[in-house]
Design a protein around this ligand. Structure first.
Ligand code: ZN
Length: 241
């Protein structure tokens, strides 16, 4: 079975469209979404609709949660907060309902899906280092936990003794090891590469492939300017930061 997994679209319709075209060419059996449909970008409604059309399984992200009024806006930086307030003002009732229907974690065969971290998912901890990752393997069952949240595609591997970081674009899973796979971000990559990110998991070959897709960043930036989203958020798209 081939599974496509994407995350952190952040209302970026151009990036989402480019990724979905690429996914379509791969013809996966399942498509999984790991949260943050909205926040930061200019097209929240279109992105929520497209994500729900194509996804077989979804989990909620911290921005989706905040837009629904379920978490305190004060935990966000001023730029994120401004975009969350703007998103709240334009999101339709139907799309709010869609976001409300998203669970915070999900099991999908031997995969564990969560937006931020398996330990207390509603706390939205960041897994950004070997130390962060090391603590998390006790909080999920099975071989693979799939996450987003930091917007950096990378894999933490627990070989039974220690945790190592892998940033290669192709990886073969070994049954005796365990993995925390960050699939990166479609709509706002932060690993110095502005191209949209997602991953493919081939369960037969046991391989994970990290993919990057170019999209029309300028168009997204123009739309953000039109609706007066913060210039810091507009600039970072082309930098991949
Ligand atoms: Zn995010």
């Amino acid at each position: 079975m081939l599974i496509a997994i994407f995350s952190d679209v952040h209302s970026n319709l151009e990036a989402l469209t480019a990724v979905l075209e690429d996914i379509k060419k791969e013809a996966p059996d399942r498509v999984l979404f790991l949260g943050d449909a909205v926040g930061y970008g200019p097209d929240p409604n279109e992105c929520v609709e497209r994500i729900f059309e194509v996804s077989d399984s979804v989990v909620i992200g911290n921005h989706d949660h905040a837009v629904l009024g379920l978490s305190d806006h004060e935990i966000f930086n001023p730029f994120a907060r401004e975009s969350i307030l703007w998103t709240e003002s334009v999101l339709t009732r139907e799309n709010r309902e869609k976001l409300l229907s998203m669970p915070i974690t999900k099991h999908e065969e031997d995969l564990f899906l969560v937006h931020a971290a398996p330990e207390r998912p509603e706390k939205w901890y960041y897994i950004s280092s070997l130390i962060d990752a090391g603590d998390q393997f006790d909080f999920f069952e099975g071989m693979v936990c799939l996450i987003g949240h930091t917007h950096r595609p990378e894999v933490y591997i627990h070989d039974g003794k220690e945790v190592v970081l892998n940033k290669e674009s192709m990886l073969t899973f070994q049954r005796e090891f365990r993995y925390i796979v960050n699939v990166g971000s479609v709509g706002q990559p932060r690993d110095m590469n502005p191209d949209a990110a997602y991953v493919l998991y081939n369960t037969k070959e046991n391989t994970l492939t990290s993919k990057r897709v170019k999209y029309n960043i300028r168009l997204t930036q123009e739309k953000m300017r039109t609706v007066q989203l913060p210039s810091f958020l507009i600039k970072r798209l082309e930098l991949g930061t």
